[in-house]
Design a protein around this ligand. Structure first.
Ligand SMILES: Cc1cc2nc3c(=O)[nH]c(=O)nc-3n(C[C@H](O)[C@H](O)[C@H](O)COP(=O)(O)O)c2cc1C
Length: 184
């Protein structure tokens, strides 16, 4: 079941460096792309960073709407993540052909991708120089939810092999997030 994540703790959804699906919408079109270059930036108000290349259709939609969602997919979705990162939504509606299902979000017009582990709904904090020069987008997290089967009490609790987050290497190869350990 999806449960709210306290916004000041939303950074924990990204702290371990998962590959994400960035979803967006504008002018009646919806899209989704893969992004390995995403990270937390601040606690309160919570902010994230993500690199969205100029060539992408997602970039176009995000620049128009000023919104995006970082969806955290799981190992079972790895093939769809690769596919969302290999084709452009300019040529095909990835939600129609990839098996990824759009769902309404809480606070932004971009759709969530169904069955992901967690969602960070973001509004762009405009930084035109960084966007133009480095393709770097800052988002303020305005809503965060996670599957309480895998994230609760501010921590990830992976127990099932298919409901683990992903880390991308290259050429279609991923790691799944491994076992947690503590040094205190
Ligand atoms: C696993 C994976 C991670 C990726 N990470 C990024 C990223 O961090 N930033 C980026 O701009 N593109 C990244 N890409 C490439 C985009 O996902 C790709 O260009 C995509 O086709 C853009 O789709 P769009 O044109 O529909 O927006 C990645 C691709 C893959 C497969």
């Amino acid at each position: 079941m999806l449960a709210d994540v306290e916004l000041a703790k939303a950074y924990r959804l990204l702290n371990h460096g998962p590959t994400v699906l960035v979803s967006s919408a504008a002018g009646g079109r919806q899209n989704v792309m893969a992004a390995a270059w995403a990270m937390p930036l601040d606690f309160d108000p919570p902010k994230v960073l993500v690199v969205i290349d100029k060539s992408t259709y997602s970039r176009e939609l995000i620049e128009v709407s000023g919104e995006f969602i970082l969806n955290i997919p799981c190992r079972a979705q790895a093939g769809q993540v690769l596919s969302a990162g290999s084709d452009s939504g300019r040529e095909r509606n990835k939600f129609s052909v990839s098996g990824l299902q759009p769902q309404p979000a809480q606070r932004v017009g971009a759709p969530r991708v169904a069955d992901c582990l967690a969602y960070l709904e973001c509004k762009v904090v405009p930084e035109p120089h960084n966007q133009q020069r480095y393709d770097l987008f800052i988002g303020e997290v305005v809503a965060a939810q996670a599957d309480d089967g895998v994230f609760r009490d501010g921590r990830w609790h992976f127990s099932d092999d298919v409901r683990r987050s992903l880390h991308y290497i290259a050429g279609g190869a991923f790691f799944a997030t491994g076992e947690a350990f503590s040094v205190v």
